[in-house]
Design a protein around this ligand. Structure first.
Ligand code: UT7
Length: 328
């Protein structure tokens, strides 16, 4: 029987400090009403403190995951971290997370696929388990978006928050686990969503700092148009490909960028809103962390055999969907 990779545990970390819409009203020309009606966001969490980065949140999630699943750090063979807010350009944040969580017998690396990062990392990790090579792999989705947000720009500063989520992947019998995935990229999307400087094309300089080119740049409306069609299309496509009907689906776990994109995806799949995991109101867009954060919050309501569709769209452009049959 085919070995499948199943999610066998999940944990998350959200930093304690809140940034509410009301507070943002004091910082830029915006309103609670605008943010809530256009995005669905009420508040987001921000990681504060000197020298604290994405790895600090991710390490908390990984340590929690190890404890919850009664797994020794020594048993982990591979750790993959999806992030666009690496602690440093190098070494990889995954290496730092492994070190902080006491994982010593593994190799680890980062994946950069922006808001689709967790899906790309999960599909990659899945191969190592399905091939029979590894028995315990951790996939992390974590971002400290507050590090790359310009809090004087209302176009982006209302959207993002900080968080981390981590899952354990183990071999399963063949009945449950990661059943299928469809993942895509389109590099022509770069112009609509990117960070202008800090990379090899435009290294940091006084000029890039003055121009705030180390912050997220997004042409919201253009990204919205792509996101709303691609995320809905790819979610419908994975259902058709696997002959899944609306009534077969227990949950949609969408990337949390905008309530209107989430609604359009659910409509396209023919499922009702109470089958959609939504926590954008509390956390905003935490980039690679949104999907594991939802699974973590809903964990107690999930049942063995539930058909779950994970779906995301993000910078790159990157997008995709994964069909998971919940394993516990
Ligand atoms: O996660 C990665 C992928 N990213 C996404 O999926 C994000 C996709 N895009 C979006 O979610 C939406 O485009 C946004 C939430 C970013 C923006 O919403 P929108 O409905 O597309 O607004 P808009 O950019 O078309 O702006 C409408 C108006 C503009 O004013 P005028 O030109 O109509 O006078 C903006 O200047 O709203 C204004 N505006 C704001 N007003 C108050 C833009 N940002 C704000 C703000 N507060 N924060």
């Amino acid at each position: 029987m085919k070995i499948r990779a199943a999610i066998t545990g999940i944990d998350g970390y959200v930093p304690p400090d809140l940034l509410t819409n009301k507070e943002l009203e004091q910082m830029v020309d915006t309103s609670d009403e605008w943010i809530l009606s256009r995005t669905g966001i009420r508040e987001r969490h921000i990681l504060k403190g000197e020298n604290r980065g994405t790895s600090d949140m991710a390490a908390e999630a990984v340590k929690g995951l190890l404890k919850k699943t009664h797994t020794s750090p020594d048993e982990i063979e591979l750790l993959i971290c999806a992030t666009v807010t690496a602690d440093l350009h190098f070494p990889a944040t995954a290496n730092i997370i492994s070190h902080k969580a006491g994982i010593k017998n593994a190799w680890s690396y980062d994946i950069n696929a922006a808001c689709s990062g967790f899906l790309f990392a999960l599909a990659t990790a899945c191969q190592f388990v399905e091939s029979g090579l590894y028995k315990k792999v951790i996939v992390v989705g974590a971002d400290k978006m507050s590090a790359i947000v310009d809090y004087t720009n209302r176009d982006t500063c209302v959207l993002f928050g900080d968080a981390a989520g981590a899952v354990l992947l183990e071999p399963a019998s063949g009945e449950e686990g990661i059943m299928d995935f469809i993942l895509r990229t389109d590099g022509s999307g770069e112009e609509f969503l990117h960070m202008k400087a800090g990379g090899s094309r435009r290294p940091p300089s006084y000029e890039t700092i003055d121009a705030k080119e180390h912050c997220v740049f997004q042409e919201g409306q253009s990204v919205f148009k792509f996101a709303v069609t691609k995320m809905a299309d790819v979610s419908a496509e994975i259902m058709e490909k696997n002959n899944l009907k609306s009534e077969d689906i227990s949950w949609l776990v969408p990337h949390q960028a905008n309530m209107r994109i989430i609604d359009a995806t659910a409509r396209r799949m023919g499922i009702s809103k109470d089958q959609v995991m939504i926590n954008i109101d509390k956390y905003g867009n935490t980039t690679a962390a949104t999907i594991p954060l939802c699974l973590w919050e809903w964990e107690k309501r999930l049942h063995k055999g539930d058909n779950i569709i994970l779906a995301a769209f993000g910078g790159g452009f990157t997008w995709g969907s994964i069909w998971v049959k919940w394993a516990y």
